[in-house]
Design a protein around this ligand. Sequence first.
Ligand SMILES: NC(=O)c1ccc[n+]([C@@H]2O[C@H](COP(=O)([O-])OP(=O)(O)OC[C@H]3O[C@@H](n4cnc5c(N)ncnc54)[C@H](O)[C@@H]3O)[C@@H](O)[C@H]2O)c1
Ligand SMILES: [Zn+2]
Ligand SMILES: [Zn+2]
Length: 371
Amino acid sequence: MKTRAAVLLATGKDFEVTELDLDPPKAGEVLIRYVAAGLCHSDEHLRHGDIVPRFPLVGGHEGAGIIEEVGPGVTRLKPGDHVVCSFLPVCGHCRWCSTGRSNLCDMGATILDGCLPDGTYRFHKDGEDYGGMCMLGTFAERSVISENSCVKVDDDLPLEKIVLIGCGVPTGFGSAVHAAATEPGDTIAIYGIGGIGINSVQGAALAGAVNVVAIDPLANKREMAERLGATHACETAEQAHELIYQLTRGVGADKAIVTVDVVTSEVVTSAFHAIRKGGTVVITGLADPSKNTIEIPGALLTLFEKRIQGSLFGSGDPFHDIPRMIELYRSGDLKLDELITQTYTLDQINEGYDRLGRGEVARSVIEFPVR
Ligand SMILES: NC(=O)c1ccc[n+]([C@@H]2O[C@H](COP(=O)([O-])OP(=O)(O)OC[C@H]3O[C@@H](n4cnc5c(N)ncnc54)[C@H](O)[C@@H]3O)[C@@H](O)[C@H]2O)c1
Ligand SMILES: [Zn+2]
Ligand SMILES: [Zn+2]
């Protein structure tokens, strides 16, 4: 079968929309027709070179679609099923899966190679194997993916909205609820209000934080944060620092969450100084893995028992969190429609990422025509 897809061929090069050959599903795999794909900053890291994957790679790791065919041995899914894709596969049996930490599943080891769990590829062109970002490649009309990446959802849900529950929502929401363990009455500082940070705002507010301080240099981001649960919004970390110490009578924020696009030592240091004794800085944003992006006075870490906590997929369990967040969307507690500021066709992918880079959108989504 053939499929159109947006591919990255080398660092620093834009996406190219091209036609690829797609193999049928093997054991434990499914053929999916994507209905929608979200534009997360993690793919932008690959386009810009902050993070270098194996090339060539079909981009996209936030996706939702409809199963068209299942491979041998797949019993949990059938053609016609609607699914949200988890950007991390969950095997269910490894040490991490079996101890309630399936976001760390060993099967995720090859998400930047983009091969399937058996180590081989389903996308090809001119004799070359193409990977799929996070083993999904959601910037394609169709893909063959592991059943371990698919969370079945009810047919009546709008896939072009709940697609955000494949990455942005659970990552941001979980950073506040699981990784930062926000408690009623907490003061939470969130640095960077993009597609991830805005969901940390929603998570912190729903978990009962009394002060949710959103920090972003862009006015449109601060306005959105205030609409979706932030009690305060600041343009700079310095302003936030002053405000947080006023709000907490000199104690400091209970937790700070770093969801900026490219994590720097400056923003981590600001977050570290904004939290109270025994407080936690959650680092969710990414950066070049070969760079040191944490430089803090270790003595203060020790004397004030502060914590620095990394967070992947919001430190949650995809097969538990995705259905739960869908219920929060159904109940109206979790806003998704309001987060989608722009929709595109696949051919507009580079324009979409240029606009994301300029901070013009919260989350934008590619919608695929039915064909
Ligand atoms: N850990 C995970 O599981 C996981 C999952 C998905 C994405 N991510 C990462 O999360 C980060 C955010 O992704 P996104 O899609 O929300 O990006 P985005 O581009 O939508 O938003 C980033 C925001 O950060 C703001 N910003 C930049 N520098 C800032 C600073 N110094 N202080 C305050 N705000 C600042 C920008 O103005 C922008 O609004 C990226 O690094 C992405 O790769 C991590
Ligand atoms: Zn993402
Ligand atoms: Zn596992």
